[in-house]
Design a protein. Sequence first.
Length: 184
Amino acid sequence: MATRNYDPIEQAIINALLNFYPIAIKNNYSDPNWTKGVKAIFGGIGNQRGYKTYFSDGAGRPFNQIQQDISNQALGGAHVPNIFGEWLYDILWWEQNQSGYVTDIPLVCELEWGNINAVKDDFQKLLLARSKYRIMIFQCGRNIIQWFKAQIQQFNLTQNGDQYLFCSWEGNNKGFYFELYVHP
């Protein structure tokens, strides 16, 4: 169960989530609006690094309002693209060459604010990804992280070096808890 320091992309995601949650609390975001905000964060960070980003708009507050909140307050003015169309995962970064061939899917992310069974179901999707960054953002308590790790270890296609970033929303007074797991 090796862990290591966060790399620049992981740290950018962590910093943006830490900047985001006071915005969400201040504006009384509902769960769908929290999801839009997180998607906007990943869209902005991915866009800054030249990736196409895929995610869906969903229900709740209009995306352009949340997009503006995130761009101005959580990402220091970084552009959040209007790219929708969830594809396989809640959030995905896509890279392709000039011929249009997919060359990399550097990041996949699942978000689940629901019950523990819904979180487990969404997490298992991340096992299938051959991405450098597999991120699970959830709200059901950090005790589930032990289950995530056991699931990774039991999955026959897990490879040494596979890494996952767990982001547990702990509530208004506690904020986020982050843990990086790199499979030995």
